[in-house]
Design a protein around this ligand. Structure first.
Ligand code: CA
Ligand code: CA
Ligand code: CA
Length: 225
């Protein structure tokens, strides 16, 4: 565990990464104003198996867009993917998203990177209209993305678009009051998420941590059932 963590230190402050981050924070704050249906940290944990199952189903979407089947979606394939899903991001936005999610910097989206990318798209994309219940035409996975956004909104108590260490401790302690170990668990969970160790977890960091917790970051070798 932890193999990929150190590499995010290469984040460029003030570069495209932080521009995208600003957009994510803004979108998250907008979403947070609608509230969250999550009542406790445990209820998030309880949803792990269902989220896991749903994200794994995403594998066929990934394979569909990995046109040359080399196990990664490159920028050209991603453009095709966005066209197909009618995601109208401009070239700069696509590049920013791509480099933000290409955490192993091999110029391709592996499965877990692709899932994080899609979830960020989900967050950034305004609903097409009140009547539209799907933003990307992927109703099943979008429900899961909504669950993840909802979980983040729950953790982000002060609604600034970041989860701080205190917020993480608070979220875990309010469900498992009195257990001394829960504080330590909260710390460990937090440190797993906070790659660049700046005391704040972005939604992107949260998502990557999530793909590790449910084990889809090492899904490559696995045979489909
Ligand atoms: Ca490919
Ligand atoms: Ca990559
Ligand atoms: Ca916060």
């Amino acid at each position: 565990m932890g193999g990929v963590m150190g590499r995010s230190n290469s984040l460029r402050r003030g570069g495209p990464e932080s521009k995208l981050e600003a957009k994510m924070v803004e979108a998250m704050q907008r979403r947070a104003s609608e509230g969250t249906s999550v009542k406790s940290f445990n209820s998030i944990i309880m949803k792990f198996p269902k989220i896991d199952e749903s994200l794994r189903k995403c594998k066929s979407i990934f394979q569909q867009f990995d046109e040359d089947s080399n196990g990664a979606i490159d920028q050209e394939e991603l453009r095709h993917c966005f066209q197909k899903l009618e995601i109208s991001f401009n070239e700069e936005e696509i590049c920013d998203l791509f480099s933000a999610c290409d955490i192993d910097e091999n110029m391709g989206m592996k499965f877990n990177e692709f899932i994080v990318l899609l979830c960020l798209v989900y967050l950034l994309k305004e609903p097409a209209g009140a009547q539209a219940n799907s933003r990307m035409g992927l109703a099943d996975i979008e429900a899961t993305f909504e669950t993840l956004v909802d979980a983040f909104v729950f953790l982000d108590k002060n609604k600034d678009g970041y989860v701080s260490k205190n917020e993480m401790v608070h979220a875990i302690n309010e469900t498992t009051a009195g257990e001394r170990s829960s504080g330590r668990i909260a710390m460990r969970r937090f440190e797993e998420m906070d790659w660049d160790k700046n005391g704040m977890v972005t939604f992107k960091e949260f998502l990557f941590a999530f793909t590790r917790w449910v084990g889809i970051d090492d899904v490559e070798e696995e045979d489909e059932e």
